[in-house]
Design a protein around this ligand. Structure first.
Ligand SMILES: Nc1ncnc2c1ncn2[C@@H]1O[C@H](COP(=O)(O)OP(=O)(O)OP(=O)(O)O)[C@@H](O)[C@H]1O
Ligand SMILES: [Mg+2]
Length: 254
């Protein structure tokens, strides 16, 4: 049996009269990519905030890396990194300085080297010494993601990590997430891009009206629908394929 990275049981949360989570249950296996889907306002960020100890639940339990979020918040925090829905980068510092700062906060031995490796990985080397206030939205997003990879927390929470990235950037982030999971880390992400969940996730859960309505692998979810009919359809390239071909990046995630 696989080890469990996250276990959520009957989690409930209301903001005054607004009942957002009405009894959420799921488990996430260690080393897997878990995608949480849900419409705007479904409660995805609320759930992430509870799992990362930024917010307290009203009732129910959540265990992250073996620690209860309510009784062992410090241990939980040491087990994870969080990339929130809006970028949490320091505008006044350069990209490189932001990364070095996090590496120092995480007590890493060679903060500069760690920063430079991540800058290369996320295509930010040319912009490394510029203040973040001069970055584009996508560059900020990349830097934010790079910052969450500093150190080796076993669990990564990514709230809509690819929102605002160009197709090339999205594919790069997908690759990074796959590498992380292959290396044994657990990735918990939310996304509005269903193709992203389809490409990446080992396990998909759909949050709707306060509960997990469906949960399983893509194959399991597909079984909820009648068997596919065979139809003749002319295969046209998608706009994304055309875009990537035009800018000379034909790479497609395996
Ligand atoms: N601090 C708060 N006080 C009151 N209501 C809140 C608070 N935070 C969130 N909400 C409400 O709770 C609901 C769930 O919000 P949440 O941000 O968790 O949704 P989400 O699934 O992350 O949505 P999105 O896809 O837009 O990011 C929304 O109706 C939101 O308005
Ligand atoms: Mg959200």
């Amino acid at each position: 049996m696989q080890n469990i990275a996250i276990q959520v049981k009957d989690l409930q949360k209301s903001y005054k009269k607004l009942n957002v989570l009405k009894g959420v249950n799921f488990t996430v296996e260690q080393g897997s990519i878990f995608a949480l889907l849900g419409s705007n306002g479904a409660g995805k960020t609320t759930l992430i905030n509870i799992l990362t100890t930024l917010l307290k639940q009203d009732s129910g339990t959540a265990i992250v890396n073996g620690f209860d979020v309510a009784s062992k918040p410090d241990h939980v925090r040491q087990s994870l990194s969080l990339t929130g829905q809006s970028a949490a980068v320091d505008e006044i510092l350069t990209g490189r300085e932001n990364l070095i700062m996090i590496a120092r906060l995480r007590h890493l031995n060679q903060p500069r080297q760690v920063a430079d490796e991540l800058l290369t990985r996320f295509g930010l080397t040319d912009a490394a010494t510029r203040r973040v206030s001069t970055y584009s939205g996508g560059m900020r997003r990349r830097l934010d993601l790079a910052m969450s990879l500093v150190g080796t927390p076993p669990i990564l929470f990514l709230d809509e990590p690819t929102t605002g990235l160009d197709p090339e950037g999205r594919i790069e982030v997908w690759k990074v997430m796959k590498e992380l999971a292959d290396g044994g880390r657990t990735v918990f992400l939310t996304t509005q891009y269903l193709d992203e969940a389809e490409q990446l996730a080992d396990h998909i859960a759909i949050l709707h009206e306060g509960r997990i309505l469906a949960s399983g692998t893509l194959t399991e979810l597909k079984k909820l629908f009648p068997p596919a009919k065979t139809e003749y359809v002319e295969k046209q390239p998608t706009l994304e394929e055309i875009f990537l071909a035009i800018i000379g990046k034909k790479e497609v995630l395996q």
